[in-house]
Each structure stands twice: as structure tokens, then as C-alpha cells.
Design a protein around this ligand. Structure first.
Ligand code: NDP
Length: 460
């Protein structure tokens, strides 16, 4: 763990094994942090806060730019680490798990320098000041991206941070701590406590010395963290689950829409909170879409294009959902709950397409977090909108229309935070976050930075 600029072991002397999901072998060990370790880290962050908050934003941006450059320089190490602890295929580990967070770090290096931290409003001068000490709790699905999406804006804002990364993927967090220190970040500004969620995570979320808790993960844990933050009247940002819809409207390019939607779902073995896990197709072209989806899914071979899921528990959970879908009447047209042939080891789940799924079925309502897509038939646009908006979630989505205007009109009526129009590209500066139970707050870009700022006005 990295506390107050020093590497140390857990105060309780315990450790956690880190397992490679491909080989099922232990690839590393990290300290299992205790409440005492969290307390030490929060104290270090509080002690470092006045100095970092008073550092000119442009100087903070320069440190973040150095971090970005070091991330780029250590690209091969990051790729190897994420491959080892998450099992991601090499090309995906490089492009998405490494280059994307490096680019995001760059956006906050720029934003720190560009952002108007001070403005005049009539006879007032309004200052945006750092919220204080941030407790960041991150999941394993995009280990480095999730960390950077919280730590970079927090540091740009002038906050100090204690990070508790996921127990399945703590090694890249250690590498990141090394990079921050090498980039010249003062001691105590960033602290890392590895450990278990209900121990180190909970201690961090409930620590009175933490001013803002930023959490990404399951809705169940997020709800608990939100309740504790409410009780303490403390700021909280929650990035939770999703059950996003890819809506293919009449007149859209069907093969492209189906192929891109499947690529979105199966990327990262389906472990993406914003994945378009429900595909909505009009009754007229539904059968054609099912055929296209089944053919495309067959190309995602486990062990090649499709990596494993993170651990045995997730594998069993995802397979359980596939079985439940079939029991509830879905037709398995690709993949299925059985282990892939020829793969004796690794936590693999086959790329699965469930057709003829009712909008209210469990597999169409709950976040599965594996390579599983459900195909739902709709009758007309109003029906499509009702289905698209018919879950407790509202994180992302896609609309495929005959033209941009039609797709945008539909997207504006969706209860969701981010929608890609006719295959629109990922934008690292666009606000990311959810409507409804998908969360509270936004990450990335200027909106993400704003989460870590509080405002003060002086009147003259
Ligand atoms: P969790 O919500 O349990 O984990 C997310 C983070 O929270 C981890 O760092 C975890 O630590 C920590 N944590 C766990 N319990 C507590 C607690 N009581 N107090 C504070 N922190 C805690 O997700 P899981 O890993 O269990 O995944 C389960 C499901 O959650 C997935 O199948 C998926 O549906 C959803 N999920 C959604 C994500 C998203 O991006 N929106 C990401 C990950 C999961 P530890 O790693 O030690 O458990």
C-alpha cells in the first residue's frame, strides 16, 4: 500500500492473492488493508490537502501531464499487468485498458490549466475550491480507467485522494501509484489502500475525514454507500449498473447496427456498465436481426477474441443468468451456459445471444455483467421507447435510425445519460453517468471535474 509517500504492508499482516482469470494461477499478492490503514491514509491525505489545494491549477495540470507521459512510457507494463489480473486479450488491454486511461489523464491535465476556477457574477467573485479529501472506491472491470476517471479530476481540482481498488485487480493500482510518485506528486496527495470491500472499502466510505466518496460498482453496494454519505451529510458520486438498450429503428442499417451492438456487448467479456445488453428490433426485421446476431456472436471465440470473466464467482453468476433466461422462455441462438469446448482452464463464458426475450424477464431487467445480449421485439416507436425506458437503470444506450434527425429525436426521449447515435464514437471529454438507479453525478470532462469542486462567493 502507498500511504503518505511510503510503501507499506497491512497493519494486520494479511494479504490477498491476485489470480489470473486465464490460467487460474496466483500472479501476485497485495496487502489486505484494515480500518487502521485507512485511517492512516486519510490522515496523510488531510495533511497534504492545504498544500495541494493551494498549488496553482496550471502547476497541478503540469504534474498530471507528467503522469500521462509516464503512463505512455510504461505502456507495456500496464498492458501486461491488466492482462495478468483481468485476463483481457492483448489488443484490448492495450487500446482500451491502457491507452484510454492515458488519454483521459491528458484531458484532466488540460482541464486543470483551462478551467475557470474563478469568475465574476455581478458584485460577487465566485471561487471553485476543492471539496477536500476524496475516498475513491473502484471496481475491477476497467481497472485503470475507473481509477483515472476519479483520481485525475480529483487531483486537477486540488483534492487529495485515498483509493481502494477492487480486490481482483489491485496490481495496476500499485503501478499507477508508482507512476504518480515518479511524476513528482507530493507525498500524501495520493494514497493507496488495497483490501477487501466490506473491510477497507467500508472503512473508507464511512471515515469522517473523507469529504467526498466516489464509488463505481454494484447498485447494492452503491446504495449502502449513498445511505451512509447521506447520514453524514457528505458528498457522494455513484456510478452504478446499467441495462442499456440499443434501439434499431425502421430504416436503419441493420447489419451494421447488429454488428456494432454485439461488439459493444462482448467487449471486455461483457463486463461494461454501459454495455448495450438489450437489442430492440422492430417486428418486421426481428428474425433477420436474430440471424445476423447469431452469426456474428459465433465469431467471438472464447480464448481468442473473447477473454474470460474476472473470477469463478462471476462466471457462475453469468451462466446462472443464461440458464434462468432459457427457463423463462428465451431461445438460445448462440453460446449458452456450458463451458466452452477445448478450454479446460480459465473463467470463460460463451458469447451468448438470447432471442424472444420478454421486456420484463429477469435477463432483460438485471445487470448480468457477462457476454450476454437479449433480443427484444417491438411493435412501433412508442413500444420501443416504453421498453427502452422500462428498467430501473439509465446509464447509456444507442439509437440507429434512417437518418440522424430521427435517431436524435428518439434519443432525447430516452431516460438515460449517454446515447450513441448511429455508431457515434467514444468521447473522453463527454460527461458519463446515469439517470435513475444508474447513479448520481458525472465522470469525465468538465462535468467530471465539477464533482470535485465546491463554490464560494465573495460579495463586494
Ligand atoms: P462491488 O460493488 O461489490 O465492488 C465494487 C467496489 O466496491 C470494489 O472495490 C469492492 O471491493 C468495493 N466494495 C464491496 N463492498 C463494499 C462495502 N461494503 N463498502 C465499500 N466498498 C465495498 O461489485 P462486485 O465486484 O461484487 O460485482 C458484482 C456486480 O456488480 C457485477 O456483476 C456487476 O453487475 C456490478 N458491477 C458494476 C460495475 C460498474 O461498472 N457499474 C463494476 C463492477 C461490478 P472488493 O473488490 O474487495 O469486493
Amino acid at each position: 500500500m502507498f500511504v503518505g509517500g511510503q510503501w507499506r504492508l497491512a497493519s494486520g499482516g494479511e494479504h490477498i492473492d491476485v489470480i489470473d482469470p486465464v490460467t487460474e494461477k496466483v500472479v501476485g499478492q497485495v496487502p489486505a488493508g484494515t480500518a487502521q490503514d485507512v485511517d492512516d491514509a486519510v490522515r496523510a491525505a488531510r495533511a497534504a490537502l492545504p498544500g495541494w489545494a493551494a498549488t496553482p491549477p496550471a502547476r497541478r495540470g503540469a504534474v498530471l501531464a507528467a503522469v500521462r507521459d509516464l503512463m505512455a512510457a510504461r505502456r507495456a507494463d500496464i498492458v501486461a499487468t491488466v492482462q495478468a489480473e483481468l485476463g483481457a486479450p492483448a489488443a484490448f488491454a492495450a487500446a482500451v485498458h491502457t491507452d484510454m486511461p492515458t488519454a483521459v489523464m491528458g484531458t484532466f491535465a488540460d482541464l486543470a490549466a483551462e478551467h475557470p476556477f474563478e469568475e465574476k457574477v455581478g458584485n460577487s467573485r465566485v471561487y471553485q475550491e476543492p471539496v477536500g479529501v476524496v475516498g475513491a472506491i473502484t471496481p475491477w472491470n476497467y481497472p485503470l480507467h475507473q481509477i483515472v476517471a476519479k483520481v485525475a479530476p480529483a487531483l486537477a481540482a486540488g483534492c487529495t485522494v485515498v483509493l481502494k481498488p477492487a480486490e481482483d485487480t489491485p496490481l495496476v493500482a500499485q503501478l499507477f501509484a508508482e507512476i504518480l510518485a515518479a511524476a513528482g506528486l507530493p507525498a500524501g496527495v495520493f494514497n493507496l489502500v488495497t483490501g477487501l470491500g466490506p473491510v477497507a472499502g467500508q472503512a473508507l466510505a464511512e471515515h469522517p475525514g473523507v469529504d467526498l466518496v466516489s464509488f463505481t460498482g454494484s447498485t447494492a453496494v452503491g446504495r449502502r454507500i449513498g445511505a451512509a454519505a447521506g447520514g453524514a451529510v457528505k458528498r457522494v458520486a455513484l456510478e452504478l449498473g446499467g441495462k442499456s438498450a440499443s434501439v434499431i429503428l425502421p430504416g436503419a442499417d441493420l447489419p451494421r447496427a447488429v454488428n456494432v451492438s454485439l461488439a459493444n456487448v462482448f467487449a471486455n467479456s461483457g463486463q461494461t456498465c454501459s454495455a448495450w445488453t438489450r437489442m430492440l428490433v422492430d417486428a418486421e426485421r426481428y428474425d433477420e436481426a436474430v440471424e445476423l446476431a447469431a452469426a456474428a456472436a459465433a465469431k467471438y471465440r472464447p480464448g481468442e477474441r473473447l477473454g474470460p470473466v474476472v473470477n469463478a464467482r462471476q462466471r457462475d453468476r453469468v451462466r446462472g443468468y443464461i440458464r434462468k433466461g432459457a427457463e423463462d422462455g428465451a431461445r438460445i441462438v448462440a453460446g449458452g451456459p456450458d463451458a466452452p469446448e477445448d478450454l479446460g482452464t480459465g473463467y470463460y463464458v460463451r458469447a451468448t445471444v438470447l432471442a424472444d426475450v420478454e421486456p420484463e424477464a429477469t435477463v432483460a431487467q438485471e445487470e448480468i455483467f457477462g457476454p450476454v445480449v437479449v433480443l427484444i421485439r417491438y411493435q412501433d416507436e412508442e413500444d420501443a421507447l416504453r421498453i427502452a425506458n422500462g428498467t430501473v437503470y439509465g446509464l447509456a444506450g444507442a439509437v440507429w435510425g434512417p437518418d440522424e434527425e430521427t435517431a436524435v429525436a428518439f434519443a432525447r426521449r430516452m431516460d438515460t445519460g449517454q446515447v450513441d447515435i448511429n455508431g457515434g464514437r467514444f468521447n473522453p471529454r463527454a460527461p458519463f453517468g446515469g439517470y435513475k438507479q444508474s447513479g448520481v453525478g458525472r465522470e469525465l470532462g468538465a462535468h467530471g471535474l465539477a464533482e470535485y469542486l465546491q463554490t464560494k462567493s465573495l460579495q463586494f
